[in-house]
Design a protein around this ligand. Structure first.
Ligand code: GLA
Length: 718
C-alpha cells in the first residue's frame, strides 16, 4: 500500500516538474492566437489555435496538443511534415527545442522564430511565424539546415503543420480547368487522408488553385462559425494534406509537393520553404476574406495600396488577326470608352515564324515586320497622342518548337532527351533552373522597356504546364530538384524585374487563371481570373476568388461572351473587379457605348470603395437565381451594392437583402446608378434616405424576377 502511495507521489512530482518546465510561446494577432508549448521532454507542441485567449494564466490548462513539426521515423503513425535521410542512411529525425525569439519585421509584424535541433544529428529546423496584428493573418514557413559533412536527402519539407481537435471538419476546396476555374466544393473530412495537390509545374493551379477553407465544428457561413483560410505562396507544385487520425484530430500539412522532388541538401546549406499564409475567424468567412484583402493590399500585393488602370485589350476583338490600322482604331475605342490604357495582346512578334496563331513564334520577341512595320514604338506613340497608356502581352517562359529560339537553344528547353516531345498549346517550357535562361527571360521585359520606356504595363502569360520533365542544365544527379529550382529561377527573374522597374504594373495570367498565389502577387499588381468572361460564369469565378483575393487584384473584362446578357450586365459584373474591356465598339450599339462610357466614369469615382474598401458577399450565386456583393469604403461614407438576377424562375420568391458593413447611426441616400441612357430606376425605395441600422436590419428589395438583370446601387452618407 505504502509503495503504491509512494509511486503515486513520485508520479505527481514528476508531472509537476514537467508542468513547471513547460514554456509557452504565444503567436498572437489582435484576435487570433496560436500557442506552442515547450514540454518538459524538450519537444514542442501546438497546444492551441483559435480566438486570442484573454489570460496568460489559462495557458497551463491547455492540452499538450500535437507535435509542432512532425518528423518521419520516430513514434508518430501519420503523415509527417518532414522526412530526411541522413548521410549514414538513417531516415529519422527527432526535433527538440533549442531556442526562440521574437523580432519585428520591416512590415511592422511580429516574427517568432523557434529553433529545433536533432539531438543525434546536426540537422536544425527553424519555424517562422509572422503575425500581422490588425489583419489577423499569419505567415508560416520553415528553414531546414544540414550541419552534416555530406548532403542529406530531404524527402518531405512542409512549410507548416497545423493541428485541430474538433468534433467535425469541413473542407472547401476549389477545382477547375481552362475557362472553368474555381468551382467550390465542400466536403466533411472523415478519418483518413485528403490530399489537394498539383504536379503541373508552371501552370500549376490549372486544376486546383492553391487555396482552401477549413470550417471547424460546422460549415461556416459569411457571418458565423469558425474557419481557417489557407494558401501557399508558391508558384509551382504544392500539396495540402488533411489527415483525420484515430482520435478524430486533424492535421493540415501545407507545402511544396514533394512528388518527384527529393532534394539533396549540401553541407551547411539551408532549404527555405515557401510561406503558408492563413487567417482564422470565429465570425465566419466574410471577416476572414476582408482580413486577407487588407493584408494583401497593405503587405503583399505589388503596389497594393496604389491605383489601378482601366483598359481595353485587343485579344477578343482581334485574336491574332490585326494590323497597325486596326490597333489604332481600337485605341480610338479605348478613348471613347474613357479607359486609361490600351493593351496589345498576343500575336505581335516573330519574323522567321511570325506569330499568326499559337502554333509558332513564341520565344522570338521581335515585332513582326510586315504586321507592325513601324514597330511597337509607333503604337506607344499613337497611344500617347491619344492620351492613353500602352501595355503589352508577353509569355517569356515558353517556346514554340517552331521558333528561332528553339532552333538556336534546344538546350534551354525542358524536355526528355531521348523521347518524343509532348506539346501543350503547341509549346514547351523554358528551363528556368538555368541562369542563362533566367537572363533571357529577364531580357524580354528589360529589352522592351529599354527600347520603349513608355510601355506602362505587361500582361505576363504562361500557357503550358511542364511535361516531359528533364533539365538539360541540371545534370543527371539533380533532376529531382527541377520542379523547385524552376520556381526559384522564376523568382530570380521577377526579383530582378521588380528591382529595376518597381512601379511597373503587371498582370499575372496563365491561360486564364491557371497560376495564382500570393508569392507571385508580390511581383504582379493583378491577375487574370479566367478566359471565360461570360458574366454568369464570372459571377461564380469572381465569387470563389473573392474568398482570398481582393477585387483590386482581380481583372474582369467586358467581352462578347454570352451575348444574351446585356452590355450593362456584363459591365456590372466586371465592375466588381479591376475593370477592363476586351471588345470592339462595333460590337456595341450607340446607347451601349454611351452607357459604358458613363459606367467607366462611375467606376473611377467608386474605385476607392470597390478596390480599397471592405467587401461583403450578400448573396452567393451558388444559392440559385440571384447574386449580390457590396463594397463599403473604409470610412463608411460610401458603399456600392451590385445585384444580379441570373435565371429566376416563374415562382421566384424575393425578400429584402440586408446590407452590411454600414454605420448604423449614419443616414444614407440609396440611389440606383449605371442605368442605360433613358432608363429610369424602378427599384423599390430608390433615391430615399435610410439609416444604416434600417438598411442592415430590414434591407432593400434589390432583386427582380427578370432574367439576366443587373443593378448598381450607390449608398452615400448624407
Ligand atoms: C491566354 C490568355 C488570353 C490571351 C491568350 C493569347 O489564353 O489567357 O487572355 O492572352 O493567351 O494567346
Amino acid at each position: 500500500m505504502k509503495i503504491k502511495r509512494l509511486a503515486t507521489l513520485l508520479c505527481l512530482l514528476a508531472m509537476t516538474t514537467v508542468m513547471m518546465a513547460d514554456e509557452f510561446i504565444r503567436i498572437c494577432t489582435n484576435n487570433v492566437e496560436m500557442v506552442l508549448r515547450v514540454s518538459g521532454n524538450g519537444r514542442v507542441y501546438q497546444s492551441y489555435l483559435g480566438k486570442k485567449l484573454m489570460f496568460e494564466n489559462d495557458l497551463s490548462h491547455l492540452r499538450q496538443g500535437g507535435e509542432v513539426y512532425l518528423t518521419h521515423g520516430m513514434e508518430d503513425y501519420f503523415e509527417p511534415a518532414i522526412e530526411v535521410t541522413h548521410n549514414d542512411g538513417n531516415p529519422s529525425l527527432l526535433l527538440k527545442y533549442h531556442s526562440h525569439e521574437t523580432l519585428v519585421t520591416d512590415k511592422g509584424a511580429a516574427e517568432t522564430v523557434v529553433t529545433l535541433k536533432d539531438d543525434k544529428y546536426p540537422t536544425s529546423v527553424r519555424l517562422h511565424y509572422v503575425a500581422y496584428a490588425d489583419e489577423d493573418v499569419i505567415e508560416a514557413w520553415t528553414e531546414i539546415t544540414n550541419g552534416e559533412k555530406k548532403p542529406v536527402m530531404l524527402k518531405k519539407y512542409a512549410s507548416n503543420l497545423l493541428h485541430f481537435n474538433r468534433p467535425a471538419y469541413y473542407l472547401t476546396s476549389f477545382t477547375g480547368d481552362w475557362a472553368d476555374e474555381a468551382h467550390m466544393n465542400t466536403t466533411p473530412l472523415k478519418a483518413g487522408k485528403m490530399v489537394i495537390d498539383t504536379k503541373l509545374g508552371s501552370r500549376a493551379g490549372m486544376f486546383n488553385p492553391s487555396m482552401f477553407i477549413l470550417s471547424l465544428n460546422r460549415p461556416a457561413t459569411e457571418t458565423e462559425g469558425e474557419c481557417l483560410l489557407g494558401t501557399l505562396g508558391w508558384t509551382g507544385n504544392f500539396r495540402y494534406t488533411f489527415e483525420v487520425d484515430n482520435k478524430q484530430a486533424l492535421r493540415v500539412i501545407s507545402g511544396i509537393n514533394p512528388y518527384a522532388s527529393e532534394y539533396a541538401l549540401g553541407k551547411g546549406e539551408t532549404f527555405v520553404t515557401p510561406k503558408f499564409y492563413f487567417t482564422y475567424s470565429n465570425q465566419g468567412l466574410g471577416l476572414a476574406s476582408r482580413n486577407l484583402h487588407d493584408w494583401a493590399r497593405r503587405h503583399q500585393l505589388k503596389n497594393g495600396e496604389g491605383d489601378r488602370m482601366t483598359l481595353l485589350n485587343n485579344w477578343e476583338a482581334t485574336y491574332f488577326d490585326f494590323s497597325e490600322e486596326k490597333l489604332c482604331e481600337l485605341m480610338g475605342d479605348a478613348v471613347r470608352l474613357g479607359v486609361d490604357m490600351f493593351l496589345l495582346d498576343d500575336g505581335w512578334f516573330g519574323n522567321k515564324h511570325p506569330r499568326h496563331s499559337d502554333t509558332q513564334g513564341l520565344g522570338d520577341w521581335q515585332e513582326t515586320a510586315d504586321k507592325l512595320p513601324h514597330g511597337v514604338g509607333f503604337l506607344v506613340d499613337e497611344a500617347k497622342k491619344k492620351n492613353i497608356k500602352f501595355g503589352i502581352w508577353i509569355e517569356p517562359e515558353m517556346v514554340n518548337p517552331k521558333s528561332e529560339l528553339y532552333e538556336k537553344h534546344k538546350d534551354w528547353v525542358i524536355h526528355l532527351p531521348n523521347r518524343d516531345e509532348y506539346y501543350f498549346r503547341n509549346q514547351l517550357v523554358l528551363d528556368l533552373s538555368n541562369p542563362e535562361v533566367q537572363d533571357f527571360v529577364f531580357g524580354v521585359v528589360d529589352g522592351l522597356m529599354t527600347k520603349y520606356p513608355e510601355i506602362a504595363f505587361f500582361k505576363w502569360d504562361c500557357n503550358s504546364p511542364i511535361t516531359n520533365i528533364y533539365s538539360p542544365y541540371l545534370g543527371k544527379d539533380k533532376q529531382t530538384h527541377l520542379y523547385v529550382e524552376h520556381v526559384r529561377g522564376l523568382y530570380n527573374v521577377l526579383d530582378r524585374i521588380k528591382a529595376k522597374y518597381p512601379d511597373l504594373p503587371m498582370m499575372l495570367c496563365s491561360g486564364g487563371g491557371g497560376r495564382l498565389d500570393y508569392k507571385a502577387l508580390e511581383y504582379f499588381t493583378e491577375y487574370w481570373a479566367s478566359d471565360n468572361t461570360d458574366p454568369v460564369e464570372r459571377l461564380f469565378i469572381q465569387y470563389a476568388n473573392s474568398f482570398f483575393y481582393p477585387a483590386k487584384a482581380t481583372c474582369a473584362h467586358v467581352t462578347t461572351w454570352n451575348r444574351s446578357a446585356s452590355v450593362k450586365f456584363r459591365t456590372e459584373v466586371a465592375m466588381m473587379g479591376k475593370l477592363g474591356f476586351d471588345i470592339k465598339l462595333s460590337d456595341m450599339s450607340e446607347s451601349e457605348v454611351t452607357y459604358a462610357n458613363a459606367a467607366v466614369k462611375n467606376y473611377n469615382r467608386l474605385k476607392p470603395t470597390i478596390l480599397d474598401g471592405d467587401m461583403y458577399r450578400l448573396v452567393s450565386p451558388y444559392e440559385g437565381a440571384h447574386a449580390s456583393t457590396m463594397f463599403v469604403g473604409k470610412d463608411k461614407q460610401q458603399a456600392v451594392v451590385f445585384a444580379f438576377d441570373v435565371y429566376p424562375r416563374f415562382g421566384d420568391k424575393r425578400y429584402p437583402v440586408c446590407l452590411m458593413g454600414l454605420d448604423p447611426a449614419k443616414q444614407y441616400r440609396v440611389k440606383e446608378i449605371n442605368l442605360m441612357p433613358g432608363q429610369r430606376s424602378w427599384m423599390d425605395g430608390n433615391d430615399r434616405v435610410y439609416s444604416g441600422d434600417y438598411l442592415m436590419t430590414v434591407g432593400l428589395n434589390i432583386f427582380t424576377g427578370n432574367k439576366l438583370h443587373s443593378r448598381v446601387i450607390e449608398v452615400t452618407a448624407e
